[in-house]
Design a protein around this ligand. Structure first.
Ligand code: ARG
Length: 262
């Protein structure tokens, strides 16, 4: 995670961002810190990346890399405003002792568009495209991470990253918003996850699908109340968090969280 010390909405690269909107940075920091403490309370470890001045989106740490089995596929951002974040992430992983840290050739926005299901040999990567990640990055991710990649195409600019349109709940289940995908991609997901949880559009519209699951607890935006109830009905434990300030940049809990699969 990366603290929102320099968080602001200074440019607009997704429809949620309204440059000049008032951002309460203290509140953003409090919400981010509550998210961090939520993970600690659930027994997870949280490592911190140093915030860099001039990179207001750096709080969205999920975009900086994708890590599977200790292999780090670095990011390459679509917009120049975020380009330097990728460098900070790669440096962090090298300093932390990761020996395989790859600078990619094609644009990929890390776990924003690359969602990993499982961490064992059988892990599969679901890869989004349409707005940010280059489709050629999907084959690159498969080669670097050594895992099969399933390509999915997004169609709604409000759901510009895969992690705003779909959440991996455990090794067998996802929650998703079908209309955020092309009909072909909908068919792929329907076939693969016949029991998938279909999100109410109102929950998706508060970025409810931008959730982090450890297979049991699902950390999600507090406004996504129907989704929380459906998760509970399926035996998951919903853990609501307030993310109103970070939503102004177009992100929720998952955007603020890069999962390090050592
Ligand atoms: N303002 C950021 C952008 O548009 C938000 C990134 C959200 N991150 C995510 N994983 N969806 O790039």
């Amino acid at each position: 995670m990366c603290a929102p010390v320099h968080f602001a909405v200074e440019y607009a690269i997704n429809p949620w961002m309204q440059p000049g909107v008032r951002v309460d940075r203290d509140l953003a920091m409090a919400q981010w810190d509550a998210l961090r403490r939520t993970y600690l309370d659930l027994g997870h470890r949280v490592d911190l990346l140093d915030p860099v001045p001039g990179l207001p989106d750096m709080v969205y740490a999920a975009n900086g890399a994708t890590v599977v089995g200790g292999v780090v596929l670095g990011a390459r951002f679509r917009h120049r405003e975020r380009a330097a974040e990728a460098v900070a992430h790669r440096e962090w992983f090298r300093a932390a002792g990761f020996t395989r840290v790859v600078e990619p050739e094609f644009v990929n926005e890390g776990e924003g568009d690359l969602l990993v299901l499982g961490n064992r040999a059988g892990a599969v990567v679901f890869a989004g495209t349409g707005f940010r990640t280059d489709p050629r990055a999907h084959a690159e991710a498969a080669a670097v991470l050594g895992r099969p990649v399933v390509s999915l195409e997004l169609v709604d600019p409000c759901y510009y990253h895969l992690d705003t349109a779909m959440a991996v709940l455990d090794e067998d289940t996802i929650a998703w918003l079908p209309e955020a995908f092309t009909p072909e991609s909908q068919a792929v997901l329907r076939e693969r996850f016949p029991g998938a949880l279909v999100a109410d559009p109102a929950d998706a519209a508060v970025l409810g699908l931008n959730a982090v699951s450890d297979g049991r607890h699902v950390v999600l935006p507090a406004e996504a109340t129907r989704l929380a109830a459906e998760l509970a009905a399926r035996g998951f434990v919903p853990v609501p968090v307030e993310m109103s300030e970070l939503l102004k940049g177009g992100g929720g809990p998952k955007c603020c969280t890069l999962e390090v699969r050592a």
